[in-house]
Every structure is written in structure tokens, then in C-alpha cells.
Ligand binder design. Structure first.
Ligand SMILES: *Cc1c(COP(=O)(O)O)cnc(C)c1O
Length: 387
């Protein structure tokens, strides 16, 4: 039988990391000692107190049945309480908080609730790929908002023609930003809210990296901008904050009607997060205040080694204020694919070519400091020999 896939599947953007993944695998198979600064996945284990919470929850048979679609009331309460402690923003745990099977799940399902075929969604570019795929799955059209270094990688909303803005239903933004490591302040979010409410656009703000920040900087919540809750939601994740990428737990908070529309979509697709994992998530958020300093200082030390090291060998980069990425301009004569290939072939170092995150990522590579300081130093000494 000839298997015919849907037009929507065909419309998904090509996966641009295929060639890089192949080259990386080949290098490993050849027995080369590869230092992987390509993956955005924490290298250290989930903290023991979270594993212990899962362990005792999983021994309780009442956790073995279908979970509640809307999440445990205790988890929603804990999320609301964390939100108020951390951001000074109040959300109603009953209707303005929704646990997700990882934030990627909610981010990619959200357009199904709001996009009609042909509707426009504004998506910052370069970006985390699920923003675009979610819109395409819902039959929408993606309009890219370039993130440029001249504007500190903040999407310039004034540049959007008002005819286009009027047709847009959703806008996807992400600060602290993957892949550029840019941050946004409250006044920027206030501008976003003004722009979106003027044109009736729903804001999806992805705050997956809100807790990984350095030099005393604390990322604000988009919802702390005046009027934000009228027009948008914010996605959070336990993945990066608590080294829980494989566990699949995140949440969305904000506008009641938007949150409930996402909940309706989800009620037709999944049956909630495994209850034992929800209990582990409660333990994680409860211990946030005691825990967070340790993870910040670990990444901050690595950030110092990587950024200072690159600058010292003449590869000028900005010191990332947040996230675990460094967004580095390609060296003269290289585009992003050639730069990443050169690093892999000559230095056995993996970096991600910027173009994989969208056309405006061309001219950059992304380094992730998800390996220990010793390995970062080794990577730097190898890079030093080939630049
Ligand atoms: C890692 C990441 C996420 C997602 O995480 P989940 O594990 O699905 O919660 C969301 N947004 C960005 C920008 C990310 O880098």
C-alpha cells in the first residue's frame, strides 16, 4: 500500500538538524571523543528529594489510575502559590492554572483552540520549533517576527504592518529566549500587551527558562505587566528548572477563557499527567526556594568559563544573563551549517547551527553549557586551535 500522509504533515518545516545528527553519530561511531554543546537538556540528575517524592507516590496504588484531566487540586494550588511567591502575580488555581504533559504539549496544542484554517500566528524567529508546528497542525499560517541583534533580540512589534496584525490570532514569544539567550523586561511585556489588546491577538509567552538566570538577575513574568491577564497566557516547565526533562510536567497560567479552551482541547486528547509525577512536581515547587540557588550557581560558573573562554580566544560573545545557551555569531567566512561542521570535524565539538531555529538564526551557532566545567575547558582549548 502506498502510504499517503496528510497535507498538514507535509506542510511541517523540514528537520534541519538531520545532517548534523548524522555527522555527530558517525563521529561517535568512529570512537572520537565528542563534546556535545548541542543539546538543550540538563546533564545532571533530578534532585534526590524529587525522586524520593515520586518513589513514595508510586507505591500508593491510588496513583495508578487515570489522573484528573485538570490536574490534582493540590498541584494547581502549589503552582498558584509558587507563582505568587516568585512573581507577585495572583492566579486562580481552579480556572487560571492548567498542568501540562510538559510545556511543549500545551504549546503545540494551543493553536487547535484558536486557529481557524488560514488564520495567522506571529512567531518570533529564530525559535523553539513547536511554535511553528503547532500552528501548521491547526491549519494556520506562520508569520515570522525576526529577532535581530540590533534590537537585543526583542521582536519589534512596530514593524508589523497593521493589516497583518489585524489578521493575527496568536503571537508566540519566549524570554529568556532559546536560542538567543536574550531577556525581556516588564516594560517590553507592557508594549506587547498594548499591541496585542489593540489588535485582539492572544499572547502565548513561553517562560521555560525563567528560573535559570545569573548575576542576580531575575526574569519577570509576562503576567506581571498591567493588563497581561486580559490577553494572554504563560507557559512554564519543570524540565529545565528541576532537571526533569524526561518526566513530562509543565503548566500554563493566565487568562481564564484561554486556559479553559486549552483544557477542552486536552480533554479530547490525553488523560492527564501520571498522578505520582504530579506529586513529585508538588514536592519540587514546595522546595523551590531552598533548591534554586544551587542550580543557578552551577550554570553561572559554566557560563563564566564558556563566555570568558570564547572571548579570550577572540570569539566575541555576550555573557548570557539567563538560559543555558550562548548565541555566537559565526566566524568570518562561515554560515551556520559550515561553522557547526567545522567545529565537529576539526575540534570534535558539537554546536547547533542557528538556521535550524529559522531563517533569522542564520549567521549564528548555539552553544549549550550542559556539560561540566572541565569539558567546557577542553572544548575551548580545542576550539582555540581551529579559529
Ligand atoms: C525545553 C523547552 C521547552 C519545553 O519543555 P518541556 O520539557 O516540554 O516542558 C519549552 N520551550 C522552550 C523554549 C524550551 O527550550
Amino acid at each position: 500500500m502506498l502510504v499517503r500522509v496528510s497535507d498538514r504533515l507535509k506542510a511541517l518545516p523540514p528537520y534541519l538538524f538531520v545532517e548534523m545528527d548524522k555527522a555527530k553519530k558517525k563521529a561517535r561511531d568512529e570512537g572520537r571523543d565528542i563534546i556535545d554543546l548541542g543539546v538543550g537538556d540538563p546533564d545532571t540528575p533530578t534532585p534526590q528529594f524529587i525522586i524520593d517524592a515520586l518513589n513514595s507516590a508510586v507505591r500508593d496504588p491510588s496513583t495508578h489510575r487515570y489522573a484528573l484531566d485538570q490536574g490534582l487540586p493540590e498541584l494547581r494550588d502549589e503552582i498558584a502559590s509558587w507563582y505568587e511567591r516568585r512573581f507577585n502575580v495572583k492566579v486562580d488555581p481552579k480556572e487560571e492554572v492548567l498542568p501540562l504533559i510538559g510545556s511543549k504539549e500545551g504549546i503545540s496544542h494551543m493553536p487547535l483552540a484558536f486557529i481557524n484554517p488560514g488564520d495567522i500566528a506571529l512567531v518570533s524567529d529564530p525559535c523553539y520549533p513547536p511554535y511553528k508546528s503547532g500552528v501548521i497542525f491547526a491549519g494556520g499560517k506562520v508569520e515570522l517576527l525576526p529577532l535581530l541583534s540590533d534590537n537585543d533580540f526583542l521582536a519589534n512589534l512596530e514593524s508589523i504592518p497593521s493589516a497583518k496584525a489585524k489578521k493575527a490570532k496568536l503571537i508566540y514569544l519566549n524570554y529568556p529566549n532559546n536560542p538567543t539567550a536574550a531577556v525581556a523586561d516588564e516594560s517590553y511585556f507592557l508594549n506587547v500587551v498594548k499591541f496585542a489588546s489593540k489588535h485582539g491577538i492572544i499572547i502565548c509567552h513561553d517562560a521555560a527558562y525563567s528560573e535559570l538566570s545569573y548575576d542576580g538577575y531575575k526574569a519577570p513574568s509576562f503576567l506581571s505587566a498591567k493588563g497581561a491577564k486580559e490577553t494572554g497566557v504563560e507557559f512554564h516547565s519543570l524540565s529545565k528548572t528541576f532537571n526533569m526533562t524526561g518526566w513530562r510536567i509543565g503548566f500554563v497560567v493566565g487568562n481564564r477563557d484561554i486556559v479553559q479552551a486549552i483544557a477542552k482541547v486536552k480533554s479530547h486528547i490525553d488523560s492527564g499527567i501520571f498522578t505520582a509525577i504530579q506529586r513529585a512536581g508538588i514536592a519540587a515547587l514546595k522546595s523551590y526556594d531552598r533548591y534554586i540557588g544551587s542550580i543557578r550557581s552551577r550554570y553561572e560558573a559554566r557560563r563564566d568559563v564558556l563566555c570568558d573562554g570564547l572571548n579570550k580566544i577572540g570569539w566575541k560573545v555576550q555573557r548570557s544573563k539567563a538560559t543555558f545557551y550562548v548565541w555566537a555569531r559565526c566566524l568570518k567566512g562561515y554560515d551556520s551549517i559550515k561553522m557547526a561542521s567545522h567545529l565537529l570535524n576539526e575540534a570534535d565539538v558539537v554546536a547547533t547551527p542557528g538556521v535550524g531555529f529559522g531563517p533569522n538564526g542564520e549567521g549564528y551557532v548555539r552553544f549549550a553549557f550542559t556539560v561540566c566545567e572541565e569539558r567546557i575547558k577542553e572544548a575551548l582549548s580545542r576550539i582555540n586551535k581551529i579559529v
